[in-house]
Design a protein around this ligand. Structure first.
Ligand SMILES: Cc1cc2nc3c(=O)[nH]c(=O)nc-3n(C[C@H](O)[C@H](O)[C@H](O)COP(=O)(O)OP(=O)(O)OC[C@H]3O[C@@H](n4cnc5c(N)ncnc54)[C@H](O)[C@@H]3O)c2cc1C
Length: 342
């Protein structure tokens, strides 16, 4: 997003011991702490952070086993950049994260919001997460079940109690992708949803889709100066969705219905991008800026060069309020707004 001011203090943690020690030191001094991975899912305040930022820069990918019977079990340090890991998995013939190609940030951040795209989520392949528990002051191993993964959420999101130290993935050994789970991607690959394709083809197709939507960082292109999707797709109760259908029909005509997908716990998931566009915020809304919706993707709030965090948050509130007024649905931000709420 390229917004936000300086940190009062910054510590680079290059080993897991350094990471735990740095966090303990800040906690012992009872000072504010921000754990930073790649910074791709954060909106930092313009005035900066009046505490210590611990930058997770730990490294290491340990292959515990890899064979076609048991699959590949890989333990990855939190600071390892995510996309090179996906690239390696594709090259090695480890399937299960290929649809998550091109997502910026660190591996340790992926369990926080159960990173997902194009029909895959890390919850499908995370076997366990090792964390430093700041409350109990001990290292704990959380199984995938303990992590309570749901759509763009987990036990770790919305609390700063746990610092992810490393993540164990269990991947399938083979040359083909997991079943393609996203219609646009299947169409691009020329297959049906549910079919499998060579891993490298899946990765290339995902990267092509992401580039088209401005979702691969490209410094000269302000459409990519974003946090990715700014809002999660709303999950409504069946009654809430029926109410939305009524509002959509009133506003857009009886033959128009909002997108509908099965959500968790019997809920109905709909599309935030669809609601934003129909509420009057089309691609490029807010141009020339300083903050505006991406010209390639309605869900991305972008910095056109001179935006501060205040501009980004003001635009986010305008979109959130506009959608609520028209459709009665309150959108929730996906990135973490440090020191602020929408
Ligand atoms: C162009 C673009 C496209 C994106 N596309 C997607 C997408 O398709 N799907 C998706 O799910 N996300 C997407 N994102 C969001 C983002 O890339 C992911 O959420 C990513 O996992 C964030 O990683 P990070 O290391 O940059 O985290 P940061 O931004 O540094 O941190 C995010 C949050 O996690 C916390 N955190 C980071 N590391 C740790 C750790 N080791 N322990 C504890 N807490 C930690 C931070 O304190 C903060 O609260 C996109 C972002 C951009 C900019």
């Amino acid at each position: 997003m390229r917004v936000g001011g300086p940190a009062a203090r910054m510590v680079l943690a290059e080993t897991t011991d350094e990471l735990v020690d740095a966090v303990r030191e800040v906690d012992d001094a009872d000072e504010p702490l921000l754990v930073l991975g790649g910074g791709s899912n954060l909106v930092l305040p313009d005035e900066g952070f009046a505490g210590t930022v611990v930058k997770v820069a730990t490294q290491g990918v340990t292959v515990e086993s890899a064979d076609s019977c048991g699959g590949a079990t890989v333990v990855v340090a939190a600071g390892e950049p995510w996309d090179p890991l996906v690239e390696r998995a594709v090259a090695e013939g480890w399937a299960g994260i290929e649809a998550l190609s091109g997502i910026p940030g660190s591996t340790g951040a992926t369990p926080i919001q159960n990173v997902g795209a194009y029909g895959q989520e890390v919850s499908q392949t995370v076997a366990r997460v090792r964390v430093w528990d700041r409350l109990q002051e001990q290292v704990r191993t959380m199984t995938s079940l303990d992590c309570r993964f749901t759509y763009r959420h987990s036990l770790f999101k919305g609390t700063d109690r746990y610092v992810v130290l490393d993540v164990m993935f269990q991947l399938v050994v083979g040359t083909l992708s997991r079943p393609v789970g996203y219609p646009d991607l299947a169409a691009q690959l020329g297959v049906e949803v549910g079919e499998r394709v060579p891993l490298a083809e899946a990765r290339e197709a995902v990267l092509a889709q992401r580039r088209r939507r401005g979702m691969v960082l490209d410094a000269p292109d302000h459409d990519t100066w974003s946090c990715g999707s700014f809002f999660t797709n709303p999950v409504l109760t069946p009654a809430g969705f029926a109410e939305l259908e009524g509002r959509v029909a009133d506003r857009l005509g009886a033959d128009v219905t909002p997108p509908r997908f099965a959500g968790p716990d019997g809920g109905v998931k709909t599309s935030a991008a669809w609601l934003i566009e129909r509420a009057g915020f089309g691609k490029g809304y807010g141009l020339p800026g300083p903050a505006a919706l991406s010209r390639k993707h309605t869900l991305a709030l972008t910095n056109r060069g001179g935006a501060g965090a205040g501009d980004v948050v003001a635009l986010a509130r305008e979109v959130r309020d506009g959608v609520r007024e028209v459709f009665g649905v309150t959108l929730v931000n996906e990135p973490v707004l440090v020191g602020d709420t929408l």
